[in-house]
Design a protein around this ligand. Structure first.
Ligand SMILES: [Fe+2]
Ligand SMILES: [Fe+2]
Length: 278
């Protein structure tokens, strides 16, 4: 059995610090062989930087997927071709920087990862995700039976449609982008594990990882305003998928949803007594 841990959209410094601090424990407790995270909001909620990419890979992440925020940090445009483990959606037009898929070796054989972006209520509107992801699957089929797809999309219907379309062709289709974990994890009849949204890794007391009041005020006023990443306890959300590596069929999908308590501040040292001062 080959076990993949996937963690959903990492939001800002609180999200990435929690992922980096807790990844080794999660890998051990779930007996994980391969880690995929979505990093599209890792840099202050908008995009990902080269340094954050390297920090996540060094912490034990195998592949970083993204989505509509991939280019928000401009330095990533020049960097992405130097780091094939950082994916952008596969359905960008030909000639776009970076790649949307990768196959990596593990101790239990090769694992393929594909990142695809939906088009319904999404910007930018990319090429049709269905033929694009099908082509990417066909291209890696002779290299691996284990294929993991991050379907980054707004609507549940488009994500379920991508999952059903790929049922029996890939090991897992895991939804991202909406930052709220859904409770529909299942294995489709063809052996593809699916969930509409893995959820995010970011501040729990927030609106999709951002501070609550600015977002509420934006809905009320319709005026532009900054949306800072929230503070406080972080919730780590994702899934663990167990796959028969000889067939590529998913055998189990389990949600990860952990509230990480803020580290309590160190108590101030007691004032030294007269005798200690000697
Ligand atoms: Fe996101
Ligand atoms: Fe997104």
């Amino acid at each position: 059995m080959l076990t993949i841990l996937f963690l959903g959209d990492i939001v800002g410094e609180p999200g990435r610090n929690a992922v980096i601090a807790h990844l080794a424990r999660l890998k051990e407790s779930h007996v994980v062989d391969f880690v995929v995270v979505n990093g599209e909001n890792a840099a202050a909620g908008r995009g990902i930087t080269p340094k954050i990419t390297i920090d996540l890979l060094r912490a034990g992440v195998s592949v970083i997927t993204t989505g509509d925020h991939i280019w928000d940090q401009k330095e990533i445009i020049a960097f992405i071709d130097t780091e094939p483990r950082l994916l952008r959606p596969v359905n960008y037009p030909e000639g776009a920087p970076g790649g949307g898929s990768i196959v990596l070796e593990t101790g239990k054989g090769p694992v393929g990862v594909i990142n695809v972006q939906g088009r319904t209520f999404m910007q930018p509107i990319l090429e049709n995700p269905f033929p694009a992801v099908e082509k990417a699957v066909e291209q890696m089929r002779d290299q691996t039976r284990v294929i993991f797809v991050d379907a980054h999309a707004e609507t549940t219907s488009e994500k379920i449609a991508i999952g059903r379309f790929l049922d029996g062709k890939v090991s897992a289709v895991i939804g991202t982008h909406t930052h709220v974990q859904t409770a529909d994890e299942q294995i489709f009849p063809g052996g593809t594990a699916f969930i509409c949204d893995a959820g995010m890794c970011g501040p729990s007391s927030s609106i999709l990882g951002r501070s609550i009041n600015p977002i509420v005020n934006r809905f009320i006023s319709n005026l532009p305003a900054p949306f800072p990443v929230a503070k406080g306890e972080v919730r780590l959300c994702g899934v663990v998928v167990s796959i028969d590596e000889t067939t590529g069929r998913a055998m189990q999908i389990e949600r990860v949803n952990e509230l990480i308590a803020e580290p309590s501040p160190q108590p101030a040292p007691a004032p030294a007594t007269a005798s200690q001062q000697a």
